[in-house]
Ligand binder design. Sequence first.
Ligand code: MG
Length: 414
Amino acid sequence: MRKPTSLERLYVDFDSFFASAEQHLQPHLRGKPVGVIPVDSEHTGLIAVSREAKALGLRRGTFVREARKQCPGLVLVTARHEVYVGLHHAIVEAIETVVPVKAVCSIDEMLCALLPAEWPQALSMGQRVKEVIARDIGPTLTCSVGLGPNDLLAKIAAEMEKPDGLVALHPDDLPGRLLALDLTEVPGIARGNAARLARAGVTDMAALWRLQPKELRRLWGSVEGERLWMGLHGYTVERPETRRRMFGHGRVLPADWRSIGGAYAAARVLLAKASARMRRAGFSARALALWLTDRHSAGWHGGEHFQPTWDDPSLLASLSRLFFHAEREEMHGSRSVHVALHDLVPLAEIEEDLFDHTPEAQFKRRMESLSVIADRFNTSHRKALLHWGPWVTIPGGYAGAKIAFNRIPDVEDF
Ligand SMILES: [Mg+2]
């Protein structure tokens, strides 16, 4: 463990990204209150609001009907995720003319590690990043840049003066401005943890700052508490490398898709997308999980385990068995649907049973080859032209990768 004495990390966080992206792409929306919705429906919430809408009191999550009431001039735009992904890649390219991106943290957040020679000029590099984005992308899509001795403090700094901020949290000045934060503004302190801290008498940053690392670990009930302490106090925390554990997709369904048939049609598309991603990454799965949720009940969850599998027909057959059980167990509709391929094995590690000449095994080999051929064909056409069985377009035009997760889809995911 190390305690840096300089600004070693630069964090970029875009301001109201989806809303600013629409204002960037559609100039007539600039200066207007804009709300982005996931699907064209009255029964959904805003997933992003422009700064003009924020000034009128709208927040992420406000329901459409409520938002219209609060802000009669509101312009609603349906999210176009594939377009935002394109912008994301252009942004990364622009940033990399100044400094390489070390980690993409979400579609609109990137972390960069500065070299020792760059540490003294960290602030001017932050300024440069903002300038190249304004120059190469455009002035509407603004970002806030944070600088700090480690990842966590750089991220916190980026949040401090939104929008269009540029803030450095220098290790010599700690705790300094950290003391003005609410506990829940610290990444990693969710409401549950805040409640736990409150029960221990820790209700503000000053009290949190006085704790010892072991105390925070005990309050958290895990080593994460100690990691958070280290991060806040300016240490670099090396995390054990995380191994990919699953490929999954999920969707909240539009109101008229919430029957079991609608959920099944959507789940097939989501599973096919997930399995194509899995194959491209060189994995096969030994398990498939399905979650159906319902506003009124705990929902339904089911799963199947199998020999390492990576062809679409086998995976879709497994999905259809899971839906059969869901329906049998009285799950007649679903508000959202999630599928995940997990218990992964790298394709290179699968032990091929060369003596397995049963017709079933040979059929599966053929399905594997066909899945790969379909992937290649679809990738080159940037569209799912070859698929197994019925294929639907889920309203909202977005059946692919879920951006809310910490993973930026490739263009092939759409
Ligand atoms: Mg942001």
